[in-house]
Design a protein around this ligand. Structure first.
Ligand SMILES: [Zn+2]
Length: 277
């Protein structure tokens, strides 16, 4: 149908998000001969430093952290067979409320149109058939994830040529299961904080609202190894504590909500490229 390879573009906030959020689909579609483009928006400078030094603590050097995480990101891409890695290299904004939110050059402080213009350039170059990013809450409220969502939606608007667009999500059944497993492995499962009005902001969606369930069971090993490539952030990557076997059992399916489609493929669907090949 087209004279260029079918292309998947995933837009993520930090090094390691590609593995946790979309490691399965990146590996699966690469194995099917689809071109995979990963855009990582920030340098991850607010991650843990060598020896587990936390951001803001003495001895934490964001530039050194960013350099280390870049190598880890490249290793993760190698595992997932990502065809093209593109770095927008904005400064990591840190968690919501951190002073780094407003630091010069932070992704969060970057005007959406500036980030979108850079991303639109990449979209014009690669002409992705499928674009994946986060929902408007950045899945769990991290400012860089929210900003990645905003620049992606704005860039899609500018370019207007991507037939299928998805947001990563998790069905509530899986979120519950995740909570149980975390408690089993002795981690605190942070229940989402109550807002002043008293309602709980929900992570994920009711199962029946998930449009797209992609079986990535065969690629769970690769996903785990890609996560493990981000060893410096090991303390923050809970999945690694579970071990490979358990992980493979639990996370064999990646789920998405389809927010744009010009193909007419019926939902629920089990393939991001349904209707395109
Ligand atoms: Zn992230």
């Amino acid at each position: 149908m087209v004279d260029r390879p079918l292309t998947l573009m995933a837009v993520h906030a930090h090094p390691d998000d590609e593995a946790s959020g979309t490691g399965g689909v990146l590996a699966r579609y690469a194995a099917e001969g689809i071109r995979t483009v990963l855009v990582t928006c920030t340098d991850g400078g607010c991650g843990d430093g060598p020896g587990g030094v936390k951001p803001g603590d003495p001895g934490h050097d964001p530039a050194a952290v960013a350099a280390m995480r870049r190598e880890e990101l490249e290793a993760s891409c190698e595992v997932l067979k990502v065809s093209h890695l593109e770095l927008l290299d904005f400064a990591d904004s840190g968690m919501m409320g951190w002073p780094t939110n407003d630091a010069p050059g932070s992704f969060w402080r970057t005007p959406v149109e500036d980030g979108a213009a850079r991303l639109a350039e990449l979209m014009r170059r690669y002409q992705p058939d499928v674009v994946v990013t986060y929902d408007e809450n950045g899945f769990y409220g991290h400012p860089d994830h929210i900003q990645a969502h905003r620049i992606t939606m704005a860039a899609l608007e500018l370019t207007g040529m991507t037939p299928k667009v998805y947001w990563t999500t998790a069905p509530h059944s899986m979120v519950r299961k995740f909570g149980e497993v975390m408690r089993e492995f002795g981690a605190d499962f942070d229940e989402p904080e109550q807002t002043e009005a008293g309602e709980m902001p929900e992570i994920g969606l009711p199962d029946e609202e998930i449009s797209t369930w992609v079986d990535t069971t065969q690629f769970a090993d690769q996903k785990f190894d890609a996560l493990a490539a981000h060893a410096s952030q090991g303390e923050n990557i809970f999945f690694l504590r579970m071990g490979k076997e358990r992980f493979n059992d639990l996370w064999g399916v990646e789920t998405f909500v389809r927010v744009r489609d010009t193909t007419g493929a019926a939902v629920p669907e089990n393939d991001l490229f349904a209707g395109l090949r």
